[in-house]
Design a protein around this ligand. Structure first.
Ligand code: AMP
Length: 114
């Protein structure tokens, strides 16, 4: 898998405001926040997108979901509610080809998304 902005953040080559770090993933603040709280949760493993994950990644995907909820708790947006989004491939609007979950909160979200 080619280097991406996120693999460079994981390698410590470019800075990020990291709010969570463990053996399997990190979470950091989105540089262009779309809500008062906007975090990105990414695996350390180089997976391009949700569509590129395999059955071998099932436990990792579950862990990432738990971290989304824990980060929402940490950011104090869990009680009011929040949204988790995984833009996937071209029609999903994915720009960075490294799996990531957006965690958005601090305001009421609209539906449907654009
Ligand atoms: P997506 O469009 O789903 O691929 O989302 C990529 C996200 O990465 C966007 O919300 C960007 O604002 C965010 N982003 C890009 N570069 C950085 C960076 N250096 N640090 C933090 N977030 C970034």
């Amino acid at each position: 898998m080619a280097d991406t902005i996120f693999s460079k953040i994981l390698a410590g080559e470019i800075p990020a405001d990291i709010v969570w770090s463990d053996e399997f993933c990190i979470a950091f603040r989105d540089i262009n926040p779309q809500a008062p709280a906007h975090l990105l949760v990414i695996p350390r493993k180089a997976i391009v997108s949700l569509a590129d994950a395999s059955d071998d990644d099932t436990a990792l995907l579950g862990h990432l979901m738990r971290v989304c909820a824990k980060v929402a708790e940490q950011e104090k947006i869990a009680d009011a509610g929040f949204r988790v989004v995984a833009n996937t491939r071209t029609d999903g609007g994915q720009d960075v080809p490294h799996l990531h979950f957006h965690v958005l909160g601090g305001r009421a979200m609209k539906w449907p998304p654009g």
